[in-house]
Design a protein around this ligand. Structure first.
Ligand code: NAD
Length: 320
């Protein structure tokens, strides 16, 4: 097997944020949070992947000086009132929910009842709106930073680590010239991710089961935020055509059997999979320059980082 590139593991990338988070937690322990900040996870499904992710979150949080409490419910209907209790509880600094709970639109309702000040996953509509409009702050004085949805943010951090963001370019244009394919257009990962990458200057092909769209800031990056163009129904030939030109291919198909066709990967492309199932075959290593098989550990770092930012925002508001 010829492997011209490298496989990069999320655990190594997550380490990059360890020191920054530990310093932030240390600072809080000396000031407003002597016991360390508290993150609460709500779990009301039987998904073993969610349970595993919760265990990882606890382990990572505790290693960084953050308390993590999993609140588990057999009865999904108890979730709402318990989230409302956590919203009001001054001990609780961050709240996250393991989705899917109901597996339908009720999950979006649950997402929106989490207090905006405790929403570590960055799923509140205001955060989304700011992201889609490329607005980085919550206030006019630019003291309060907006929160980004944690999985798309983790993918951005991975692309930075892989040096696909060019730091010689002005901030906000650092993906200029890069072509990306994102296979997933869910509201919690794929669509916000396509928007973030396009806002940073990339040409992004967003693929879902129905159709293929192109997200860009227009010719010469003339727009301040991304625009979306429909390219047509999903087809293998269109997917192959856009993929063979892509510098970056990102997959998030929630299926055990799905495999992105290795023959659609351009030699030297970077391949990143955020699905809990491995969407690339092993032979992708013969084509990819950089291959990241899973991203969950970076997402956990971003959750905790988001929580520290939420606490900073809360403290800054109290000083006003
Ligand atoms: P979802 O079911 O809401 O969305 C799946 C998306 O993939 C849809 O846009 C769908 O159209 C598209 N899709 C499905 N099959 C396809 C195909 N054959 N070709 C093209 N597009 C196809 O799922 P989700 O909530 O976005 O989660 C997706 C995966 O990501 C899951 O495995 C989930 O566990 C994982 N996930 C990982 C993290 C992380 O931190 N790594 C975070 C959240 C979700």
């Amino acid at each position: 097997l010829i492997k011209p590139g490298r496989t990069i593991l999320a655990s190594g990338i997550a380490k990059l944020y360890t020191q920054e988070i530990q310093e932030g937690v240390e600072h809080l322990r000396k000031s407003t949070h002597p016991n360390g900040p508290l993150l609460v996870g709500f779990l009301a499904n039987e998904d073993p992947a969610a349970q595993m992710y919760a265990n990882w979150t606890k382990k990572t949080a505790e290693s960084l000086g953050v308390r993590f409490e999993l609140r588990q419910f057999d009865d999904k209907d108890q979730l709402e009132e318990n989230i409302l209790v956590a919203n009001e509880d001054n001990e609780v600094d961050g709240i996250m929910i393991y989705f899917p709970v109901f597996g339908n639109a009720q999950d979006q309702y649950l997402q929106q009842i989490v207090s905006i000040e405790k929403d570590v996953e960055g799923l509140n509509h205001l955060y989304y709106q700011n992201m889609y409009h490329n607005i980085r702050y919550l206030d006019v004085e630019h003291k309060l930073k907006s929160i980004l949805p944690c999985t798309p943010l983790a993918v951005v951090k991975i692309l930075e680590y892989l040096k696909l963001y060019n730091s010689l370019l002005p901030e906000g244009n650092r993906l200029y010239g890069k072509k990306c394919v994102v296979i997933n257009r869910s509201e919690i990962v794929g669509r916000p991710l396509a928007a973030l990458l396009a806002n940073d200057g990339a040409i992004v092909y967003s693929v879902d089961i129905n159709n293929i769209q192109k997200f860009t800031r227009g010719s010469g990056l003339k727009f301040a935020k991304h625009h979306v163009e429909d390219l047509g129904d999903y087809s293998e030939s269109l997917l192959q055509q856009i993929s063979l030109e892509a510098d970056i291919i990102i997959t998030g198909v929630p299926s055990e059997t799905y495999k992105f066709p290795t023959e659609y990967v351009k030699e030297g492309a970077a391949c990143i999979n955020f699905s809990s199932h491995k969407n690339f075959s092993e032979d992708v290593k013969e084509k990819a320059s950089l291959y990241v098989p899973m991203t969950g550990k970076v997402t956990i770092s971003m959750l905790i980082r988001n929580m520290l930012r939420l606490i900073e925002n809360r403290n800054a508001k109290q000083q006003h």
